[in-house]
Every structure is written in C-alpha cells, then in structure tokens.
Write a protein that binds this ligand. Sequence first.
Ligand SMILES: [Fe+2]
Length: 418
Amino acid sequence: MFLDGMDVAWEKTPFLTNRLLIRSEEQISKLKNAGISYVFIDPDRSRVIEDKTNVSQELDKIKFIKKEEILDVEGHVEMDEAVLFKKGSDQNEFDGLPYTKEDLDKFFSEFHNYTHIDKTTLVVGTYVTFPLYVKRDLQIIQLFVLKNKDIPITEEILAIENDFFIHINDKIKYKGYLTELMSLKSSNGSSELIRNRVVKENSKLLMEELLADPRSGAKLKECQQNIDAIVSSMQENNSLTNGLFTINKSDYYTYTHCVNVSVLAVGLAINLGMNKQTEIFALAMGGMLHDIGKCKIPHSILNKPTKLTDDEFRVMKSHVLIGKKLLSFHSDISKETIYSLTEHHEKMTGKGYPHGLAAENLHFAGKVVAMADVYDALTTARPYKKAFGSFEALSIIRSQLEDYDMEIFLSFVKMLGN
Ligand SMILES: [Fe+2]
C-alpha cells in the first residue's frame, strides 16, 4: 500500500518521509511501534506485489536477441523520443548528408501543409477525389494529376513503397472518403478491419488538429469520442489482427505516434486485467495526449536529422511539463491521464525526467504509457535510425529492463507474440 500521510509528524517516526510504499509486515510493525494509529493510503499508488522471481524466470526462458547484435553502441542507450544514437555533439552535423540546413528548413516550411495518411486504409476498387502525394528525399511529389475525375485506388497505387500524404486542404475530402468506407459492406468479413482502420485514421487526423490547437475544448471532445470507439474495439477484439495495431513502416509523425501509443497502452491494460471502463478510457486518453507538449517544440529540434546537442535535448525534454500545463486548460481530464503524460519519461531507476521519480512513486498508468512509448519510438524510422522490428525493439527494451516495469514488459511480450 502506498502510505500518503499519518497521524504523527514524520520526524517522530523511524521513516525518512511520511509518504512511502509499505511493502512488508516489518514496516507495519515499525508504524505501530512509533505510536501511529491512523494512516492515509493512496489507492492509485498501491498495487498487488507479484512474485518477481516468477516473472524473471518466465523472461529468462525467452531467447531475446543480444543488444550488441542489434545496436552498434555499447552501454546504456537513451531510447526516449528515439534519441538512440542521437544525443551528443557533432562538429559538422550536416556532414555526409545530401542536403544543407537551409534545404531542410525550406522543406519543413512546405511539409507542414501535408498530412501523412496510412495507405492500408485505402481500399482497392474505391475512388478518391483528392490527389495523393509521396515524399522522396526532400521533395513532395504528386502521384497523379486529377482531371476532374475521381481516381480509382488500384493494387499498383498501393504497391508504391513511399509514405502517402494528402494536402491539408483536402482533409475534409479525405474524412468524407473515410466515412464512406465505414458504410462499405464487405463479404469477406473485413468490415471490422476497415472500421478500425478508419477509427485509427480519424483519431490521427484529430490528433494533428489538437496539436495545432491544444486548448480547443471542441477538438478534445471529438478526440474523446474517438477514444471511446478505440476502447470498445479493443475490448471486442484485442488482437494484432484487429486493424488497430499496425506495424510502423513509416517515418515518425507525432500524431501517428500518439495514436499508436494509445492503442498499445489500452491493449496492455486489458492484458494486465484492467477492466474498469473509466480507467481504460483514462489510460487511452493518456496515451493519446502524452506528447501534446511537442506542439511547442521547434520543428528544427523535433525533426532534426542528426544528433541533438545537450541544449536541444533539454528543450526536447520540456515537452512533458509543457504538456501538463496544456492539459490544465481542460477541465475534464482525469488524474490517470495526467500521470500517463507526466510520467512517460520517468524510469523505474529514478533516472528519467522531468522529476526523476523512482519505482515506488510511479503510477501504473505512467509505467504502461512509458512502455508503449518507447516501443513505438523504437519501431519507427527516423532519418538517423532504421525502424527496428518488433522483436528487435523488445530485445532492446529487455536489455535495459531495470528502467521499466518487469511485469508490464512480460505482458507486452505476450501480447505482441499472440
Ligand atoms: Fe514524450
């Protein structure tokens, strides 16, 4: 139980603080001997302590890949925000890249007019009324020219390897296309799949809008409705084939990452036995909003293709407290949602940020979102790192498991292995 206060001043007790995790009978005896009659318990920080030896024995049976076989670095690596290999200083950071800093700035000033779409959502045999674009190096290229005609989605179009984009002015048309897909009657039983992909895609578009206008109550409400749909779908079918879990093959976009983390966190919570609707919903919201503070981080840092300097990394880290501040503008955010956001970069070892909280002070919601966050970061491509495969990512996390909750990790491995 997490003790959150007592009826005696803590200086008069054998404890260093009056807020601590009570783990043993011995500690309870100490409390009694100190003359304490009443204590206050924080149920959110209390938990069932499992026998860790069972969990570690189960983990020992799994043949993870050795970290040295995956990564070309030694020692503890920084994995948050996918800064793997990224932190440090370079003499000339654009050395060896086929473009200059000016090229990159010019590209991003244009690129924010485009939204990444998940091409698996496009259905062969349907038509789109808006152009599709691909990104090649630092160029946005239109895939075909519209001549007042709808474009049929074909196998050939979907076989194009690059990520697909739409212009932000076509978002309403794309949303209309997604709504039409929902009404598609499928004879091969894939309508659930299509529905879930549409829900996920709509969540992503909304998240992008919320990042642009994080104080909007109306956008947040829409986001909550979408999360309701995600949670119900996950409760009906919590498997990798449900269309909500998608393997990242694309580059990193904050809005996509937020939706992925939300889906993974909900899956984890369900697998860990969470069944209270309000708690699952709060966690899903936490996953969705955990990086909302990134809306205030300059794109030159967020999308920097090379290593971050210490100062830049400091700015990057500020997204957590900025996010917390942004949530304070909304009235109906639960505390589990806030913990998910504030603790998603904390570590069990106390070496995380922003507060360096250690295991006993971390909430379940924070630990679940931290796990989902690091996994999604590892499985996404960045200009300076490839997207690791699912088992590679799990193996990297396993190699630094002291930072994460072991039981949550085991459950995660089982969930992704099913
Ligand atoms: Fe983050």
